[in-house]
Design a protein around this ligand. Structure first.
Ligand SMILES: [Zn+2]
Length: 387
């Protein structure tokens, strides 16, 4: 495996591993590790804390000095079940100037370019180091990024700048919202509904919390946004319930009601403050429930927590990417990335990668050949800038 593969050949290899977040990504990690090693690059592995079927891989190329540029990608992809694909999703198929395949856009296209770039940097020689960071579990709440960052910091000289290669059409994206997700379980008390005043209907008490979420949305949207967040769509924080289950019959007060409550918060808004507000509301509803039947309760379990990316004043990452892309517009996006974890760990962070987020997670996901080539030109300029 000592051949230097083209970005396209690397992409074909990466897409061939069906690394859906619920499944193993180890064959892909093994391949990346072996490919880098075959070129004399030491690859490090960070195993998942509790799932032996997953790992992240990271590498440092260039002098052992601080100030590296990190190329950050995730290796997992979203499922294809139930989606009407016209081609095999785990094979790159080129048609009409598009590279079809699961993950081509989100985000194995960037991963391939990043792997290609570190190998080129290794042979060409760079004075500013490059670091590669490929994580797991991004698609299920970006839970793989923080442990990967910790591992990298323990192994490598500190990097300066992080480029998270999520699809931005190679524009420089400098901000996005953060998120927190909770699984809420309302435990009620079952009685015949003719005697509902003696029971605790978990659905109806759960509905109170959901109604409160609606009120918060109305309040948030009514506020005049500050200038720093005016570019977000929408420019306010939102609370959302995307799933709900509960109850057994129309004439029994529901014993259980479970739903997911997810916050998308403007960067700068404190997750802790929103959690505290929510817990205060939960305590109020719980007190009403327990006044009817002691022992009933509402339990909230955090499923994920994703810091937002705050636009940096004179950020080093933004400046570098603007220099390489010539993109001087300012962009913020409404989807989350691992960038928030990097930024909160002290790195200057920007999001910039090939492809359009509109194609991510779709059946017949694709990356245009033109975007993939633009990504390669970007990496070539980056290599020159690091020489
Ligand atoms: Zn992604």
């Amino acid at each position: 495996m000592t051949d230097r593969l083209s970005p396209r050949a690397i992409l074909e290899k990466l897409v061939s591993f069906p690394t859906v977040s619920s499944d193993t990504n180890l064959p892909l990690i093994d391949w990346v590790e072996a490919y880098l090693k075959s070129h004399g690059i030491a690859a490090h592995r960070h195993p998942h804390e509790s799932d032996p079927a997953k790992a992240a891989v990271f590498a440092h190329v260039g002098p052992e000095v601080e100030g590296a540029v990190v190329l950050s990608g995730h290796t997992d992809v979203v499922p294809v079940e139930g989606q009407p694909w016209s081609t095999d999703p785990f094979e790159v198929v080129e048609k009409d100037g598009k590279l079809f395949g699961r993950g081509t856009c989100d985000m194995k296209g960037f991963d391939a370019l990043a792997i290609w770039a570190v190998v080129e940097a290794h042979y060409a020689g760079v004075t500013r180091p490059l670091q590669l960071a490929l994580s797991y579990d991004e698609e299920i709440g970006c839970t793989g990024a923080a442990p990967l960052i910790e591992s990298m910091q323990a192994q490598f000289p500190k990097a300066d700048v992080v480029i998270v290669g999520e699809p931005t059409m190679m524009g420089a994206v400098t901000g996005h919202k953060g998120g927190i997700g909770f699984h809420v379980h309302v435990k009620g008390f079952e009685v015949h509904s003719s005697l509902m005043h003696t029971g605790v209907n978990a659905i109806m008490y759960g509905a109170k919390l959901i109604a409160w979420a609606n009120e918060m949305n109305a309040q948030n949207s009514a506020q005049e946004p500050e200038a720093s967040v005016a570019d977000f769509v929408p420019p306010w924080s939102t609370l959302h319930v995307g799933t709900i289950q509960g109850g057994t019959a129309h004439n029994i007060t529901a014993l259980d009601c479970q739903f997911d409550l997810t916050f998308r918060l403007l960067p700068g808004e404190s997750a802790d403050v929103w959690v505290a507000r929510t817990k205060a509301k939960v305590a109020e509803i719980e007190a009403e429930m327990q006044a009817v039947v002691p022992g009933t309760y509402i339990q909230m379990d955090e499923v994920f927590s994703l810091p937002g990316v705050v636009p940096e004043a004179d950020g080093a990452a933004e400046a570098l990417v603007r220099r390489l892309t010539g993109d001087n517009a300012s962009h913020v996006v409404s989807y989350g990335t691992e960038g928030g974890h990097f930024q909160s760990a002290g790195y200057s962070t920007v999001i910039c990668g090939p492809g359009d987020i509109a194609q991510a997670h779709q059946p017949d996901e694709f990356l245009s050949v033109a975007q993939f080539e633009a990504g390669q030109r970007f990496m070539q300029k980056l290599l020159e800038a690091c020489r």
